[in-house]
Write a protein that binds this ligand. Structure first.
Ligand code: EPU
Length: 252
């Protein structure tokens, strides 16, 4: 979608918003898939409420993009504009055992920065927060326990080693495609059906972890959605289990 209303375009600089017309979202998602739309880079989050109401007043549909790592975006010209917080060099501020972290901060860099300051033990409860799905988080204040840097580093090393050995980290993916059903593993169910390497167009079930579907080069959203539907149906037929998407799909 292109913003054609001159009043909206004219108001953006005062809100600290940079308009990037016709941006391919494939360049902003870890899957490397996604059509084209106007991207609004928000440099100062204090202006976000005003920006959202400006877009609402002019009936311009919009979505908020985070890091783009758990997201499958449709192909072609998209029917909404996308807002994204611009990253800055000053996105983590430490005050004693508190870390004030901007929503645009890179997770890996934040964890390492806190670790270097002997603060560890970060994480929401597994797949649960007290926030509503349409709440917008601008920044968080985390209270972190003090831990020696070496101990935190060892924890990070163990996690990274586990992920490197079992997940296709050097390929384009959105992480796990399906949630684990209670008491079961979606990856092992898909693997047990011999589906590693199964593909639709450029979308393929990873040979390393069957709950990761990778873009082998030129996958479209249509390829990926067809692969997801096919694997879900095969698991349903074989196990009677209904796999729910873990990946967020922006289709319409
Ligand atoms: N397994 C297989 N074949 C496979 C993949 C896994 O048999 O192709 C087996 C493993 O051997 C293991 C079991 O399935 O016995 C569980 O596998 P794994 O330890 O890899 O964990 P997971 O449940 O598949 C979860 C999260 C991951 C997270 C890892 C960290 C979900 C859906 N996935 O994976 O999160 O990185 O634990 O250990 O909860 C994500 O959020 O995108 C994600 C990938």
């Amino acid at each position: 979608m292109r913003i054609s209303e001159p009043k909206v375009v004219a108001a953006l600089p005062d809100l600290g918003v940079e308009l990037c017309p016709g941006t391919p979202l494939a360049e902003h998602t870890s899957l490397g898939i996604g059509g084209t739309t106007d991207l609004l880079l928000v440099h100062e989050h204090k202006h976000l409420p005003e920006l959202v109401s400006l877009l609402d007043r002019h009936a311009i549909p919009h979505r908020l993009l985070g890091g783009g790592t758990n997201l499958l975006v449709a192909d072609g010209e998209l029917p909404w504009v996308v807002l994204q917080r611009a990253r800055s060099g000053h996105d983590v501020i430490l005050e004693g055992n508190f870390a004030l972290v901007d929503a645009a901060a890179d997770l890996g860099r934040t964890v390492t920065y806190c670790a270097k300051n002997n603060l560890g033990g970060m994480a929401f409860e597994y797949r649960h927060t007290s926030f509503a799905p349409d709440d917008i988080m601008l920044s968080v204040k985390l209270e972190l326990p003090s831990k020696p840097f070496r101990e935190i580093l060892e924890g990070i090393r163990v996690c990274n080693e586990k992920r490197r050995s079992s997940q296709p980290l050097n390929q384009k993916s959105a992480g796990c495609i399906f949630k684990n059903p209670p008491g079961a593993s979606a990856g092992s169910m898909i693997d047990a059906l011999g589906l590693k390497g199964h593909r639709v167009g450029g979308a393929c079930v990873s040979g390393r972890h069957a709950n990761f579907f990778v873009n082998t080069g030129r996958a479209t959203a249509a390829d990926m959605l067809a692969l997801i539907a096919d694997v879900r149906e095969r698991v349903r037929a074989a196990n009677g289990a209904e796999l729910e998407n873990e990946v967020i799909v922006w289709k319409d």
